[in-house]
Ligand binder design. Structure first.
Ligand SMILES: [Fe+2]
Length: 302
């Protein structure tokens, strides 16, 4: 028998993730005990997944967690806890103030989740650098997309998906041959056809993680080059066939591409980029999203 004391703050491994900190306290026999710290307003989810039969348990250590239910919110305070087993519906929790919880799960979860998402984040940054952007392009897209999403009144879960999709939208470019990615001159038709596939590759990479949230993010990523008039790729979807979240990323990605200074070219002024986006409302971009974007751009320096 082995007995081990875990001093406060002493973890096997900690992974920071957008307003959250996951720390693995101990693991054995397939069970994991995780310390999970959430900043004010950050959401966390328990999602049903095929083949996932783990018992999940959440114990509130400090702060407050609101369980968002259609029938009404449930407030969870320190000492309260939640058990989930074979759930059929997604349960969403939002932290009020800095909140710490103990998460116990009867199947290995920690490395699966933290490992795959971290790897994707690293890949996304690497690809933006190759594209001639500086490494904060992913962060800017994420930030702008969130602003537009909030202005449009999206739900916290939609904002969460939008956030991840904004950051990871071009991750599929890691599968595109270097000579196409780095070609300084115009791509041939055949090369462009290959380049278009970064949308499908992105979805696959996210799907392969096996995480239900990332699968949903993948569907958004696949559509970020669709156009409102149906002339986009990879599927030529049009209008409201396109996910609203993907349509938001399309607008902010174009805006950022136009305005940002790259290694080899100076960005265009904000005014000019906004006019261009307005001009393409209803053809390239969803008019409702253009309206939300322009109203934000009119108020703040983006
Ligand atoms: Fe792209």
């Amino acid at each position: 028998m082995r007995v081990r004391v875990h001093r406060k703050g002493e973890y096997i491994e900690s992974v920071p993730m957008k307003g959250q900190l996951f720390s693995l306290i101990t693991t054995g026999d397939g069970t994991e005990i995780i310390h999970h710290k959430l900043e004010d307003g950050v959401s966390s989810y328990l999602a049903p997944e095929e083949g996932w039969e783990a018992l999940e348990y959440i114990y509130i250590l400090s702060g407050q967690l609101i369980w968002k239910r259609p029938e009404g919110d449930v407030v969870l305070s320190p000492g309260d806890s939640v058990t989930a087993h074979m759930i059929t519906e997604m349960a969403m929790f939002v932290a009020v103030g800095e909140t710490e919880i103990l998460y116990v799960v009867s199947r290995p979860y920690f490395h699966n989740y933290s490992g795959s998402i971290q790897k994707l984040f690293d890949l996304a940054v690497k690809i933006e650098e190759k594209d001639g952007y500086t490494s904060d392009h992913c962060n800017r897209i994420k930030k702008l997309a969130t602003l537009v999403g909030e202005r449009m009144g999206l739900s916290p879960y939609e904002i969460y998906v939008l956030n991840l999709a904004g950051f990871l939208h071009d991750v599929g470019k890691t599968q595109i041959p270097e000579h196409i990615l780095n070609k300084p001159s115009k791509l041939t038709d055949e090369e462009f056809e290959q380049m278009k596939l970064h949308t499908v590759y992105g979805r696959r990479l996210l799907e392969e993680t096996g995480m239900p949230d990332l699968k949903i993010v993948g569907e958004v990523v696949e559509q970020h080059h669709e156009r409102y008039d149906g002339k986009g790729y990879p599927r030529g979807l049009q209008g409201n066939q396109i996910s609203k979240l993907a349509a938001i990323i399309t607008v902010v990605d174009s805006y950022d591409a136009m305005t940002v200074d790259r290694v080899y070219q100076k960005g265009r002024p904000q005014e000019e980029a906004m006019q261009e986006i307005e001009r393409c409302s209803g053809t390239m971009y969803h008019p409702e999203i253009v309206r939300a974007f322009l109203s934000i751009a009119g108020e703040t320096k983006l």
